[in-house]
Design a protein around this ligand. Structure first.
Ligand SMILES: [Zn+2]
Length: 254
């Protein structure tokens, strides 16, 4: 791949579970796709622990079935948003750790697809009064640690994971990181134009959004509006945006 090709507008969203990307950043993703960005999803866990809360029989067969269902839901949601490809890393759901194996797999994705922007989950909980514990599932925290470690320094450093050089995967530097769920968000993205697509993408996760989708839709629209209001925007998703290499401080996206 030539240098010119490698600098095209590519973004990557790395999330622990099928559905995390839709809850955190689907409006932003849909907006970037409309602006001509190629967006790739990397889903770390297989989704096998996402079956009903009242399950009394949970074995390998059931887990396998749920993993299949949730991958189908993720693919359907990605299609709504115009995501180019979904890469499933298939780590066991509920057991994700920020291991060297995961870091290597993520570096492989970064070097292969060469995103300039990455959206990932926060490695830290925000201890705000309205903190929702489910937002900080341990898989989310682990995926956040692993992704940030993969971005810096491993992806851009030829001395990290030299075996990847043998696979022809040369160092790649990510320029911007958008962290969802961080304790100190600094970067709202106005998603007024794409909020309906976000809702449609969430609707694809039938098994996770429950029988009362309308109720959930109302709550989500209200939360997005509240976030936007703080910044005098319409509906908004919020991130902590950091630039890799000391570039200027973030400016809110209009
Ligand atoms: Zn999740």
């Amino acid at each position: 791949m030539s240098e010119e090709q490698s600098q095209k507008n590519v973004a990557m969203v790395v999330m622990a579970h099928p559905d995390d990307a839709e809850f955190s950043s689907a409006g932003t993703v849909a907006g970037w796709v409309r602006q001509g960005w190629e967006v790739y999803y990397v889903i770390v866990a297989d989704g096998a622990a996402g079956g009903p809360d009242d399950a009394t029989e949970v074995g390998p067969e059931q887990r396998k079935l749920w993993a299949e269902i949730r991958k189908e839901e993720q693919l359907a949601a990605a299609k709504v948003l115009g995501v180019k490809e979904v890469i499933f890393l298939n780590y066991p759901d509920g057991q994700v750790e920020p291991s060297m194996a995961l870091r290597r797999d993520l570096v492989r994705c970064l070097r292969r697809y060469k995103p300039l922007r990455v959206i990932c989950q926060s490695p830290e909980r925000a201890w705000v009064p309205q903190m929702f514990l489910g937002r900080y599932h341990p898989d989310h925290l682990a995926a956040g640690v692993a992704t940030l470690a993969a971005i810096y320094p491993a992806s851009q450093n030829p001395w990290d994971f030299p075996e990847l050089l043998q696979e022809g995967l040369l160092p790649h530097k990510v320029l911007e990181v958008y962290i969802s769920g961080s304790p100190n968000p600094n970067f709202p993205v106005d998603i007024t134009e794409t909020v309906d697509l976000k809702i449609e993408a969430l609707r694809a996760h039938t098994t996770q959004t429950g029988p009362d989708f309308e109720g959930m839709e109302t709550r989500i629209r209200s939360m997005l509006a509240q976030t936007g209001e703080k910044y005098k925007l319409g509906a908004a998703e919020i991130f902590h945006r950091v630039e890799n290499g000391g570039l200027p401080a973030p400016k809110p996206d209009k």
